[in-house]
Design a protein around this ligand. Structure first.
Ligand code: PFF
Length: 508
């Protein structure tokens, strides 16, 4: 049996809150609602729920269960299966590193909007509502003409990024005990803010129309394969899987702690939050189309436009307290991002490094935060948005899904899905049947591979991703190969000796 960690969650519920914090993030508030809208509303929800049970819950059980079993972050888990597998754990570490490098920049935009919406900088009334797109792209981002024109960093955004990183460092540098405790407050405050936004939304005129678009079922869309690809990648993204961090969070669970009940609670709690956020967002969009008398098709709902263009337009049109609701919305947006960001930075990057090299966690956290802050400056330049999008495609689609395929194969066939199942069942509140073995061994890798081939390679190799010039779109594959190559390097180095340097909590 592997040497047990000394770093632990102080209470079992801390794992649930920390994992919920990682799962609930920007993806729940802008990605989920627009995907629902884009892909036939209730039809998407059906696919989402099916895939949540078919791949989401087994996958999170696999990551958390393996982390607890091996008492290590992702690379240690795979090195524990067999020395030659270690790289399978480093690849998602590279993914986590890339994702948090830009995720924090989106958080910084939100912080910018806390300030600018409190004074309604883009204006109120109909003229303000029409100015939001220009405000976001020209004033906030000063966007350039393409990825080849980088320009210079935006001073204010660099400052907001520094503040964001400073807060992340403060929460994470002492490790699991503090992360667990803080996550409870982050989650509860975020939910309260979301409820305030929900109440404001559903009490606006036109809200019912918005909810009708949100939930208008178009079952024929279930035959659209893209809907299933979209739902599968949303499940992985929203549950923060394939990003190394969940293994680390699992490794902080006490030896006798439950896995099944906690991981299922996290999955369902996250789905419920997404669904609820959809109500808050779409009721408000309903108001927008009502107040502006435009059809919903004309509202920019795709991607980040929902949060940074459509929502600010709604604020302009509110009858009163625009600044108040604006500040609440964008603070909530930053705040829910926070617990996902420290998950990525600490569980995804710091824990694997500290486990492997025996480095001090506080110092490693400091260095990782500084390096990631410096890389983040790239996205605050005028061409930054394009690069954010390109890196997002590499890390949050390819690395995430491909490393998920490899992990399922290594665990399912190398370690043995049945061994994992028995380990989980020994201490959990409810037991997994033998179905679990087949999901890990076959269903999970096959579904993910299918998504990555048909939803990714086939598409991106036939036309450049995002309509970018070929050289820029090719960077997706260059980065993919580079991160894969980097994943093999630590394997060549011998592991450091000390575990859990830095913080030590009681062994339990
Ligand atoms: N789950 C987060 C969200 O939905 O916003 C995003 C995220 C966090 C993705 C952490 C991946 C990750 F490892």
């Amino acid at each position: 049996m592997e040497e047990a960690r000394t770093e632990r969650w102080i209470r079992p519920r801390h794992f649930i809150f920390a994992a919920l914090g990682s799962a609930i993030g920007l993806g729940n508030v802008w990605r989920f609602p627009y995907m629902v809208y884009d892909y036939g509303a209730a039809a998407f929800l059906i696919a989402y729920i099916i895939l949540l049970f078919l791949i989401g819950i087994p996958w999170i059980l696999m990551e958390v269960g393996m982390g607890r079993r091996m008492q290590r972050g992702a690379p240690g888990v795979f090195a524990g299966i067999g020395k030659k597998w270690e790289w399978v754990g480093w690849w998602p570490v590279c993914g986590a590193f890339l994702i948090v490098s830009y995720y924090t920049v989106i958080m910084s935009w939100a912080l910018y909007y806390v300030g600018s919406s409190s004074v309604m900088a883009w204006g109120v009334g109909e003229s303000g509502a029409k100015a939001t797109e220009g405000f976001f792209f020209n004033q906030v981002l000063s966007i350039s003409s393409g990825p080849g024109v980088l320009g210079s960093p935006t001073g204010l955004m660099v400052l907001l990024l520094a503040i964001t990183w400073a807060v992340i460092f403060l929460v994470m540098h002492k490790g699991a005990p503090i992360i667990g405790r803080v996550s409870q407050y982050v989650m509860i405050i975020s939910w309260i803010l979301l409820v305030i936004i929900f109440i404001r939304g559903v009490t606006l005129a036109g809200a019912a129309d918005g909810l009708n678009w949100y939930l208008d079922p178009n079952f024929a869309d279930l035959l659209n394969i893209k809907l299933w690809f979209g739902a599968a990648s949303q499940i992985a993204f929203t549950l923060s899987l394939g990003m190394a961090g969940m293994y680390a969070y699992g490794s902080f669970i006490a030896r006798k702690g439950d896995v099944t009940n906690s991981a299922t609670t996290v999955s369902l709690g996250n789905a419920a939050t997404s669904f609820f956020a959809g109500y808050a967002v779409f009721s408000t969009v309903g108001y927008l189309t009502y107040a502006m008398a435009v059809p919903v098709e004309e509202v920019s709902l795709s991607g980040l436009g929902l949060a940074f263009v459509a929502y600010p337009s709604v604020l302009s049109l509110l009858p009163a307290a625009q600044g108040f609701f604006g500040a609440i919305f964008f603070f909530m947006f930053w705040f829910i991002g926070l617990s996902s960001a420290y998950f990525l930075a600490y569980g995804g990057v710091v824990t694997p490094l500290a486990d492997k090299f025996g480095w001090n966690r506080v110092k490693t956290s400091l260095v990782v935060c500084i390096v990631l802050f410096l890389i983040g400056i790239l996205y605050t330049t005028q061409g930054g948005l394009y690069w954010l999008d390109i890196v997002d495609r590499t890390a949050c689609f390819y690395v995430l899904l491909l490393s998920g395929v490899l992990a399922a194969i290594a665990v399912g066939w190398g370690f043995g899905a049945d061994n994992l199942r028995q380990h989980i069942n020994e201490t959990s509140d409810f037991s997994l049947g033998t179905w679990f073995n087949w999901v890990i061994k076959l269903v999970l890798p096959i579904v993910l591979l299918f998504v990555v081939i048909y939803g990714g390679f086939v598409k991106d190799l036939s036309e450049p991703y995002g309509g970018y010039p070929v050289w820029a779109a090719s960077m997706i594959f260059v980065l993919l190969v580079v991160t894969l190559g980097v994943s093999f390097l630590p394997q060549l180095v011998k592991s450091g000796s000390s575990m859990d340097s830095g913080t030590s909590e009681e062994r339990r």
